[in-house]
Design a protein around this ligand. Structure first.
Ligand code: KG4
Ligand code: ZN
Length: 379
């Protein structure tokens, strides 16, 4: 099943073409430069940028797909020199030259969670394509995409990674922080979640308070590394004593804010070289990661599940990956991260992979015109 998928849930316009778990083409247009100066995503600007770019991103993705088909044909002919006309792929390829949509079986789109007016742009485009080319439509949750991102393969089918259910999943993005039990394909149970800010959001807010720009997670990672990834200030770690698997980061953010105020550290005057900035970034990151590690370890102990998947933008952090690997090692467990860097950020490839499993179960939208965005969609 060849699927064209679209994700416009936040500040990235992305379109991908996948087959099973293989990504044949993926294009991401990032709006970071647009939102940077505002210190966060501005929904109306996000919507406008999605509208301006969506056709171009679809077009670019189709071009990449055609290039892939062409290369695949060459490879195929090379591997089978006696077969001059590899019938199935060949005929598909030839018809795709006239219209790549003849090779695409269905259209998938993210319908939540995310920014309502941003999601709408992707859904509208998906409906348009469904109608124009008479395809089936599949609706996917953005968070399901982040879960499956650990199993996304390149066009050659790497990495192989077989599924070994059940898994524990730590989802850490700009809008979500959740511990999920991944029982089987498309079957989940939420074990814990943040009761206020998400981990990525907390890092972004701390970076903003330090005048380090948006998005802040990656900048904080770099500064913390320079400070030796140590904890200098011991900021509070809320909910560490609670028995549940929930997270909270707003108390940490408030205490950070008052600390900066007390020491007259202001975002409009601080730079990377302001004394103490490295140590503050490092200490804040330690507090956030400490919470993530402790609660994830508690979930491992509570469920007895020793296979962890980590997904979402914060999973790009190499220091956090090392800490999670260590923690899982100490618990005789293992951890899977998205295998390619682009998969930690938002992308349509992961949406296409989920859609492949939904297509197997025939989970198509019956009346496509009725699909609507659900900004607060739960797993
Ligand atoms: O999954 P994502 O791209 O978008 C959402 O669905 O929210 O996650 C974005 C979040 C931002 O908060 C960003 O600061 C964080 O991921 N992030 C990082 C790193 N790269 C991105 N956090 C920590 N370390 C990083 N290297
Ligand atoms: Zn995301």
């Amino acid at each position: 099943m060849v699927i064209l998928s679209i994700d416009t849930s936040c500040d990235e316009t992305s379109v991908a073409i996948t087959e099973g778990r293989r990504v044949l083409a993926n294009v991401v247009y990032s709006q970071i430069l647009i939102h940077e100066k505002w210190g966060g995503v501005v929904p109306s600007l996000a919507k406008r940028a999605h509208e301006e770019k969506i056709d171009l991103v679809v077009e670019k993705c189709l071009k990449k797909f055609e290039k892939y088909l062409h290369e695949d044909m060459t490879l195929f002919a090379h591997r089978h020199p006696l077969i001059r006309e590899p019938s199935v792929i060949g005929s598909k390829y030839i018809s795709s030259l006239h219209c790549p949509f003849s090779i695409i079986d269905c259209i998938a789109v993210t319908y939540g969670p995310g920014l309502a007016i941003a999601l709408e742009v992707g859904i509208k485009k998906a409906k348009e394509l469904v109608e124009k080319y008479n395809k089936k439509l599949i609706a996917v949750s953005h968070m399901e995409g982040h879960i499956y991102s650990a199993f996304v393969q390149n066009s050659q089918g790497h990495p192989v990674r077989e599924f070994e259910f059940p898994y524990l999943v730590l989802l850490i993005s700009g809008g979500h922080t959740e511990l999920v039990l991944f029982k089987n394909h498309l079957s989940y149970e939420i074990l814990g979640h943040t009761i206020d800010d998400a981990a990525g959001e907390a890092l972004d807010k701390a970076a903003k308070l330090l005048g380090l720009g948006y998005p802040g997670g990656a900048v904080i990672e770099k500064l913390a590394e320079k400070a030796g990834n140590k904890d200098y200030y011991n900021f509070p770690r809320p909910m560490m004593k609670s028995k549940d698997l929930n997270f909270s980061f707003s108390g940490l953010k408030t205490s950070f804010y008052y600390f900066l105020k007390k020491h007259s550290i202001q975002s409009d005057t601080t730079t990377f070289s302001t004394p103490g900035v490295l140590e503050l970034a490092s200490s804040f990151q330690e507090a956030v990661f400490d919470s993530l590690l402790k609660k994830t370890e508690a979930a491992v102990k509570k469920t007895g599940i020793k296979r962890l998947i980590v997904g979402g933008g914060v999973a790009a952090n190499l220091y956090l990956r090392k800490k999670l690997r260590q923690m899982m090692g100490q618990n005789d467990g293992s951890v899977l991260f998205p295998p390619y860097k682009y998969l930690t950020g938002d992308n349509a490839a992961m949406i296409g992979i989920v859609a492949g499993y939904k297509a197997e179960k025939k989970e198509f939208i019956k009346e496509f015109s009725q699909l609507d965005r659900i900004p607060r969609l739960d797993l």
